[in-house]
Design a protein around this ligand. Structure first.
Ligand SMILES: Nc1ncnc2c1ncn2[C@@H]1O[C@H](COP(=O)(O)OP(=O)(O)OP(=O)(O)O)[C@@H](O)[C@H]1O
Ligand SMILES: Cc1ncsc1CCO
Ligand SMILES: [Mg+2]
Length: 267
């Protein structure tokens, strides 16, 4: 069954408002994530210092936090930003990169979760471990399937009253009551580093435009990635040309094509 969500309409309204998205992401992702947001039609700003992160979060449309290259200083900025975003009523998105890998990351993730993210976006291994189950993940890449993570995603969404998005071959989004699957993308996507991190930032852009509908906003962001990924893969020779073709495909994607090609089904 195809859901009634107009992903194209959400892309159009996101572009119309060009939301300012406060991204605290990792050193690997910073450049590609900013380019992905610009191509899609949002306005990214990478601001992480504790001295200004709280102030900036309160003026941005949404905040995204990614712990990929974590340090103590950055964690302080993340916490200030999350507190300020919540106080200002702005949605914020958490990407708990490899949170299972070290005690530092585990503790940081628990502290950030306690600050009540609106949305968590992660790969299957990260979601399984976040739900307290044994995942096969070691570093930043997933070693589990989305299907294996679906129950954990639903449990997490209910436990923390948030939207959870698990990405992989077919993505899964849930708010604990409603769930959807988004098919598409390309096997080249996990071959390009930090596309998941970039997607987390794009989820922030859609959530900024639709703060009352984080489930729909997340679904639309994932569908946008899935369709742009398919288009980019058509003529890509490998991960290198896929990466720039993907940015071009995002910029070229029009709302009606997105509506036509998006494969979103209720789960
Ligand atoms: N095998 C695949 N086929 C199609 N799409 C895929 C595949 N693997 C990942 N994707 C897509 O790639 C994007 C990034 O998801 P992924 O799960 O790889 O994130 P991630 O592991 O957090 O990435 P990173 O940590 O490198 O940023 C999503 O849009 C997802 O749907
Ligand atoms: C490779 C890598 N290392 C830390 S963060 C990151 C980007 C993908 O998550
Ligand atoms: Mg990741």
């Amino acid at each position: 069954m195809t859901t009634a969500i107009s992903t194209g309409g959400m892309l159009a309204s996101m572009r119309q408002t060009a939301p300012l998205v406060h991204c605290i992401t990792n050193f690997v992702a910073m450049n590609i994530a900013a380019n992905v947001l610009l191509a899609a039609g949002a306005s990214p700003a990478m601001v992480h210092a504790d001295e200004e992160a709280g102030e900036f979060a309160s003026i941005a449309g949404a905040l995204t936090i990614n712990i990929g290259t974590l340090s103590t200083d950055w964690l302080a900025g993340m916490q200030s930003a999350a507190v300020a975003a919540a106080k200002a009523g702005k949605p914020w998105v958490l990407d708990p990169v490899a949170h299972y890998a070290t005690a530092f990351r585990r503790a940081a993730t628990a502290e950030l979760l306690a600050l009540r993210p609106t949305i968590v976006r992660a790969n299957a291994s990260e979601i399984i471990a976040l739900g307290g189950r044994q995942s096969r993940g070691q570093g930043v890449d997933s070693r589990d399937t989305v299907e294996q993570a679906e129950d954990s995603a639903i449990e997490l969404a209910r436990r923390h009253d948030m939207v959870v998005a698990v990405t992989g071959v077919v993505d899964f989004v849930t708010d604990g009551n409603r769930s959807a699957r988004i098919a598409g993308g390309s096997a080249l996507m996990p071959q390009v580093t930090a596309l998941g991190c970039s997607l987390t930032c794009l989820v922030g852009a859609f959530a900024a435009t639709n703060p009352q509908a984080p489930f729909e906003a997340t679904t639309a962001a994932l569908a946008t990635f899935a369709v742009a990924g398919e288009q980019a893969a058509l003529h890509a020779a490998g991960p290198g040309s896929f990466a720039w073709r993907f940015v071009d495909a995002l910029a070229a994607l029009d709302p009606s094509t997105l509506d036509l090609k998006a494969r979103v089904t209720a789960a």
